[in-house]
Design a protein around this ligand. Structure first.
Ligand code: CP
Length: 319
């Protein structure tokens, strides 16, 4: 449910399981979770996470059901606990939860005793996103030995994360995960979206591997990877942000990329707002790994499901 406590050996095991499942023939894969019941419980909108978990579960032979806050008894006021107990009574063996409140997956796991996979909880974490981002970085950054995952695998690699870091569970999970493999994470954005205490995002074990650079061009000049984040208008209440000024200083344009970091891998967890944090030509350009991220989401989530259900000889672990 968090990457904070995930040791490097576990990260390596998840990536190895992802590779192994990806190589399997469809029939073999579809037997791994044949007939197992998985519930997707989504209290916030999602395209990538929801669809990829669902397709991943189905490719493993599982039976899935989606419960969304918009069309269920949640609208009538049913609590998270009672919804979870209802899903368990209906035979769910695992719940994938997206929720606006940080910590909701812990509450649900405690209430139901089921493995709960965190599909994003408030401004806290998005562990499967960080794992798919890691897989994308390992595949796209030149010169890395993608088969070796240890504390030095990403030594010398700087990942710049730019944008609404204050509200971003993706930034938080990446800032905790990537330094475990030796990455330097450079956070970039204006004070309104990147307070100084964001330095505490990095795990204490990796202190020093997370830094702040407010000048985007200076940050980019150090980047092998640049991860752009959406301005989360739905979480901006009370914050004054001059969007025109933000765009001028922090939008990843083609010109900025070519001048400051022509070889950098461009990432975005989505959904992206073209013309705000990222120019359309960059999103569609040769540096972009955005569609790779989506594909890796499907792959990594098969491994997370198999491991959560302790199937296929994998030890049971939830992330
Ligand atoms: N990256 C991500 O979480 O996207 P969705 O909100 O579409 O799932």
């Amino acid at each position: 449910m968090t990457v904070a406590d995930l040791p490097v050996t576990e990260i390596a095991a998840i990536l190895a399981a992802t590779d192994r499942i990806e190589r399997m023939a469809g029939l073999e894969r579809s037997r791994m979770l044949a007939g197992r019941r998985i519930a997707l419980l989504f209290y916030e909108s999602s395209t990538r996470t929801r669809t990829s978990f669902e397709l991943a579960a189905k490719s493993l032979g599982a039976i899935t059901t989606l419960v969304s806050d918009k069309s269920s008894s949640i609208e009538k006021g049913e609590s998270l606990k009672d919804t979870g107990l209802t899903l368990r009574a209906l035979g769910a063996e695992c719940i994938i939860l997206r929720h606006a409140n940080s910590g909701a997956p812990y509450l649900l796991a405690r209430a139901t005793g089921l493995p709960v996979l965190n599909a994003g909880d408030g401004m806290h974490e998005h562990p499967s996103q960080a794992l798919l981002d890691l897989r994308t970085i390992l595949a796209r950054v030149p010169g890395l030995d993608g088969g070796r995952v240890d504390a030095k695998t990403l030594a010398g690699v700087t990942v710049v994360i730019t944008g609404d870091i204050l509200h971003s569970r993706v930034a938080r999970s990446n800032a905790m995960l990537l330094p475990k493999l030796g990455t330097k994470v450079l956070l970039c954005g204006p004070k309104e979206l990147l307070p100084e205490d964001a330095l505490g995002l990095g795990s204490p074990l990796n202190s020093g591997n997370v830094e702040i650079e407010r000048d985007f061009d200076k940050a980019l000049k150090q980047a092998q990877v640049v991860m752009m984040l959406r301005i989360q208008r739905e979480r901006l209440a009370g914050l004054e942000l001059d969007l025109a000024d933000y765009i001028a200083r922090y939008q990843l344009t083609e010109e900025r990329l070519m001048v400051c970091a022509p070889k950098a891998v461009v990432m975005h967890p989505g959904p992206m707002i073209r013309g705000l944090e990222i120019a359309g030509e960059v999103a569609d350009g040769p540096n972009s790994a955005i569609e790779d991220q989506v594909r890796n989401g499907l792959a990594v989530r098969t491994a997370l499901l198999v491991r959560a259900l302790g199937a296929g000889g994998f030890e049971s672990v939830t992330v």
